[in-house]
Design a protein around this ligand. Sequence first.
Ligand SMILES: *[C@@H]1O[C@H](CO)[C@@H](O)[C@H](O)[C@H]1NC(C)=O
Ligand SMILES: *[C@@H]1O[C@H](CO)[C@@H](O)[C@H](O)[C@H]1NC(C)=O
Ligand SMILES: *[C@@H]1O[C@H](CO)[C@@H](O)[C@H](O)[C@H]1NC(C)=O
Ligand SMILES: *[C@@H]1O[C@H](CO)[C@@H](O)[C@H](O)[C@H]1NC(C)=O
Length: 192
Amino acid sequence: MGAHTKVSSALLLLLLLLLISISTSTATPSLGIKHRRPCKRLVFYFHDIIYNGQNSHNATAAIVGAPAWANTTILAGKNHFGDLVVFDDPITLDNNLHSTPVGRAQGFYIYDKKDIFTAWIGFSFVFNSTYHKGSINFAGADPLMNKTRDISVIGGTGDFFMARGIATLMTDAFEGEVYFRLRVDVKLYECW
Ligand SMILES: *[C@@H]1O[C@H](CO)[C@@H](O)[C@H](O)[C@H]1NC(C)=O
Ligand SMILES: *[C@@H]1O[C@H](CO)[C@@H](O)[C@H](O)[C@H]1NC(C)=O
Ligand SMILES: *[C@@H]1O[C@H](CO)[C@@H](O)[C@H](O)[C@H]1NC(C)=O
Ligand SMILES: *[C@@H]1O[C@H](CO)[C@@H](O)[C@H](O)[C@H]1NC(C)=O
């Protein structure tokens, strides 16, 4: 008799624990959002040619602010800390700088840590072609040593009206301190 009640109360406890775990897992919607599939996915490349004192004719980016111990011609030492770079870069559909651009990537990045190579980046993709019209706006921390970095898609206009999502950045090429190419994998979770 005693053994029987022990077994049934153990079963009851198990059932209770199961119920609790089910209710807590349904109470965390953030988990669900993380595994949601994007409603739109687009991949672009953009090409940044940084002015280095000699290439003003083909530079697409310029250092516009530098710390007092550096200048705006050459990126500062100490992981370029304090440099602010403004860019107007061509966007292409493949990784070739000479492909026909489909738009411009316009914005800035700030190197914001002395002891690590990292930046903060904010820019828009501006499209005005038969392919896409409108803009997508991006912002976020860009820890450059990571192979891939996620930044926020904070909005959009035109074809990208009210866009929201995540963009995964990858440095696809890096040539000294003059040229780099970013691959941008845009995943929108809100589409209109
Ligand atoms: C910029 O122009 C120079 C001189 O024409 C050329 O040698 C260089 O390859 C160009 N840089 C890029 C990244 O296209
Ligand atoms: C800028 O700084 C670099 C070293 O960081 C130096 O070699 C260069 O001469 C400086 N240029 C100007 C125009 O001051
Ligand atoms: C977009 O392109 C069209 C046609 O070339 C032009 O008329 C229009 O001014 C452009 N709009 C912007 C915002 O550049
Ligand atoms: C960068 O990489 C680190 C370590 O792999 C990871 O923890 C972090 O989330 C990454 N940051 C971004 C913004 O992707």
